[in-house]
Design a protein around this ligand. Structure first.
Ligand code: ADP
Ligand code: ADP
Length: 233
């Protein structure tokens, strides 16, 4: 089943000079896939991620996430859709320093007024999966970069999103922490079945992906699947 389906996507930024940031992008990601998006700086990776994240509408083209068109939803329904269906992980972690690790992780459930027993059960489950059960009562400034990113991944998957989106998740980390963080994405993908799409420059992060899509000048340029030969579009 496809979790993400985009067709004929075009994104043009207007300004002094118009930039055609995405040109005729067609892309399907199936349930359970682990996909990396790579390409040179300025090639449109962030723009593609923003369009898929439902925060930046395309000029033309279709976006379907789990068979619905997020850009047809009202502002209020879109906020709910995003919180329930999507998970986000950023380069700079985006955690709240005034909260503990546990409080950060359950935040999306708190916003949805979930019962405490459900929050507690889910917290136990995701923190065991990501091996961070021993730091739950720490503040985010007391833990390492790798632990922060695992906390952010736990927060992103606690709602069981249909699609987990990440923008340069290892960009602020050393190689050792990057490995630990990528193991966490792999655990979410393999053990929880979470579909993952991440944008990265980092070959180490890319080595964990089952499929890598290269974009260049706003177009799909090539694709590699683990164990298959390179295909060009
Ligand atoms: P990447 O993530 O691959 O570095 P981006 O998606 O950020 O690429 O950018 C693609 C192109 O669109 C670049 O030429 C960039 O300068 C341009 N661009 C991105 N965002 C904007 C914006 N908000 N306004 C104008 N141009 C933009
Ligand atoms: P990255 O290299 O990680 O993709 P960028 O530095 O290209 O990040 O872009 C950072 C942010 O600035 C993005 O949200 C993008 O939309 C915006 N941006 C990029 N290029 C432009 C531009 N030419 N004009 C306005 N905003 C831009």
């Amino acid at each position: 089943m496809s979790i993400l389906h985009v067709k004929g996507l075009n994104k043009i930024y207007t300004g002094k000079v118009a930039t055609h940031a995405l040109c005729d992008i067609d892309l399907t990601i199936d349930e359970g896939e682990f996909v990396g998006i790579m390409g040179p700086s300025g090639s449109g990776k962030t723009t593609l991620l923003n369009v898929v994240s439902t925060i930046d509408a395309p000029n033309t083209g279709m976006v379907r996430i789990n068979n619905s068109d997020p850009y047809k939803l009202s502002k209020k329904d879109l906020a709910i859709f995003r919180r329930r269906q999507l998970g986000f992980v950023f380069q700079d972690f985006n955690l709240l320093d005034t909260l503990t690790v546990a409080e950060n992780i359950v935040l999306p459930l708190t916003l949805d007024n979930k019962p405490l027993t459900e929050m507690d059960a889910k917290l136990k489950q995701v923190t065991a999966l990501l091996e961070i059960s021993d730091i739950l009562h720490k503040r985010t400034y007391e833990i390492s970069g790798g632990q922060r990113q695992r906390t952010a991944i736990a927060r992103a998957i606690i709602t069981s999103p249909v699609l987990l989106l990440a923008d340069e998740p290892t960009g602020a980390l050393d190689s050792k922490s990057s490995r630990v963080v990528m193991e966490s994405f792999a655990a979410a993908n393999q053990q929880k079945g979470t579909t993952v799409m991440l944008v990265t420059h980092d070959p180490l992060a890319a080595s964990y992906c089952q499929r890598i899509i290269f974009i260049k000048d706003g177009r799909l340029a090539a694709e590699i699947r683990r164990g298959e030969n390179r295909q060009t579009f």
